[in-house]
Design a binder for this molecule. Structure first.
Ligand code: SAM
Length: 250
């Protein structure tokens, strides 16, 4: 165990982990991103506590695109019975496994997978599906939400960057066939950044407007969709509605 803790502490991480002995991991961003992680955990924790009345025993979860496992570790430590976590990048999976070992968590299992390769008939369904910080890095966000729905037995928490939306009406082939816009997607170019640890793996990113996200969640089969209000001390992006967290229930 001493060897595991040394390996964790002798390097820099994306997340500032407080280890069981109270020491903290150094980050490769000098702490500048700690606030976004703190805000997201505080919003996620209170959303889940409200949804499950503070009782997590017996529940299962999957963290889609877990990076170094921060939110999966939080759920495992909060009392979830079994937590799965996947990421497309093998180095993140290795890091997540190391941190799982550092916390001696027997209820957290990490695997390498592109989320589009997850098949609910093989991996099963989960009470909670987390999709944090992923949707806006994908070229097929609607397909990703379909995957999330297929894996979900109770609720899915999506946290994402959103773009300003277009609204109004479109002459859809003819002025006699006018359709309302349900939202919009903005294209962001990450094609030169796919080497980055937090980036898209394909480089083409379609970022939804809030309307697009809410409408699509209903259309892929979620019955209830609830926008989580950021706390007054939230990270500026959440406070100013540039990033949102939504709980979608089946
Ligand atoms: C911005 S990070 C977010 C990490 C974490 N969920 C969080 O919110 O802190 C995006 C993560 O998505 C992963 N990723 C990108 N595309 C993926 C895909 N198609 N399948 C699985 N993971 C993916 C990246 O490797 C990276 O770990």
């Amino acid at each position: 165990m001493a060897n595991t803790i040394d390996r964790v502490l002798n390097r820099e991480w994306f997340y500032s982990y407080e280890l069981p002995d109270g020491r903290r991991t150094a980050t490769y961003h000098g702490g500048s991103l700690d606030a976004i992680h703190d805000t997201r955990w505080s919003m996620l924790e209170s959303a889940l506590a409200g949804h499950f009345h503070g009782e997590f025993g017996g529940l299962t979860a999957i963290d889609l695109a877990c990076h170094q496992g921060y939110f999966a570790v939080k759920l495992a430590m909060a009392g979830f019975s079994a937590v799965s976590a996947v990421d497309a990048r093998q180095n993140h999976v290795d890091d997540s496994r190391l941190i799982t070992e550092a916390y001696s968590l027997s209820n957290l299992n990490v695997a390498q997978s592109d989320i589009f390769d997850l098949d609910s008939t093989i991996v099963g369904q989960f009470d909670v599906v987390l999709m944090l910080g992923l949707l806006y890095h994908l070229e097929n966000p609607v397909g990703a939400l379909r995957i999330a729905r297929s894996l979900c037995r109770n609720c899915c928490v999506i946290e994402t960057q959103v773009v300003p939306g277009l609204s109004g009406y479109v002459d859809y082939g003819s002025y006699q066939f006018v359709r309302p816009l349900k939202g919009s997607f903005g294209i962001i170019d990450e094609t030169d950044e796919t080497h980055g640890p937090e980036a898209s793996i394909t480089g083409i990113c379609l970022v939804p407007s809030l309307d697009a996200l809410l409408w699509t969640l209903h259309k892929v089969g979620f019955n209830q969709v609830k926008l989580i209000e950021p706390p007054p001390d939230a990270y500026e992006q959440h406070l100013h509605h540039k990033r949102v967290m939504v709980v979608a229930s089946v």
